[in-house]
Ligand binder design. Structure first.
Ligand SMILES: O=C(O)CCC(=O)C(=O)O
Length: 287
């Protein structure tokens, strides 16, 4: 077996202020895809998110976890999308194959390398839901990643809006899908978000611990948390501010994340429009 390359190391390791992640409530949701009706769609449009607590079966989640582990263990030598946590860099050469999974920050662009992971991203009930959330338009999945946040090492993903990363025209609806593979709790770094704030439109992002909203904009705001059991799912708008804290616990918090846009919209050829809306250049703002 060929070990996956360790050339991809995350660059950030700075710790965040714990005050940035102080949830005041837990998010609203339904149990199953079948429970999503007009009220839930209205909630998504108004609040920018919806939780489906039992979206995927235990069997589907087990298969997805095995798919990720196979990629991390190098079972497909063509796959090179594993990125390790910066804090694990020094110990990586000493880790066994088994131990490596707890040093991985994320995996990118894997659906074409593993049918089990593709099956989740193209699950008919999920695609039907995305279609509804996009205003009855066919969708294209344009990004797939897995965020593993390993015990104690797993770094924060600072507060941001996903559309600050994507070169789609600003009015393009983007739906993010975040699926828990382990129990995701406030302690091990479940998703937190500012409900309803997708309606404020683009917020300025700065290159700090990551490409992120300035901490001072977030401080003092009370977030909503999305603790989930394995197989639970958060659907969220590409403009919803969200983030996840460092995993200080001893428990894994592995998750899949997919993004969908309408099939008939293309990305822009450069960053100009995105940075005009989300960048700080020329706006007389500092962080
Ligand atoms: O899973 C996480 O920790 C955060 C994921 C996220 O918000 C992102 O990658 O955009």
């Amino acid at each position: 077996m060929v070990l996956p390359s360790i050339k991809h190391i995350d660059h950030g390791s700075e710790m965040h202020d714990p005050e940035l992640y102080q949830p005041a409530s837990e998010g609203f949701g339904v149990e199953r895809f079948e429970d999503i009706g007009p009220e839930e769609i209205k909630h998504y449009n108004e609040q920018g998110y919806l939780i489906v607590r039992q979206a995927f079966t235990e069997k589907e989640i087990q298969a997805a976890k095995q798919g990720l582990m196979d990629l991390i263990m190098g079972k497909n030598p063509d796959y090179t999308g594993v990125m390790f946590e910066a804090k694990a860099q020094d110990i990586l050469p000493t880790l066994s194959l088994e131990e490596r999974q707890d040093a991985v920050r994320k995996l990118m662009a894997f659906v074409e390398f593993d049918a089990r992971l593709k099956a989740i991203s193209h699950h008919p009930k999920l695609l039907q839901t995305i279609r509804t959330l996009l205003g009855n338009r066919d969708s294209q999945m344009f990004q797939d990643m897995a965020l593993l946040k390993p015990p104690r090492l797993g770094r924060e993903k600072p507060w941001h809006q996903d559309k600050a990363y994507f070169n789609y025209p600003l009015d393009t609806p983007v739906v993010g899908v975040w699926i828990a593979l382990d129990e995701a709790t406030i302690d091990n770094g479940c998703m937190q978000f500012l409900q309803g704030q997708h309606r404020k439109g683009p917020q300025i992002h700065f290159q700090k611990r990551d490409w992120q909203i300035c901490d001072t904009q977030i401080m003092g705001q009370r977030s909503t948390a999305a603790p989930l059991q394995p197989g639970g799912m958060l659907l969220f708008s590409g403009l919803l501010p969200h983030g996840t804290p460092h995993n200080a616990s001893g428990k894994r918090r592995r998750a899949l994340q997919y993004h969908y846009a309408p099939a008939d919209v293309s990305t822009l050829p450069d960053n100009d429009e995105r940075l005009m809306h989300f960048g700080s250049e020329g706006k007389d703002v500092t962080c």
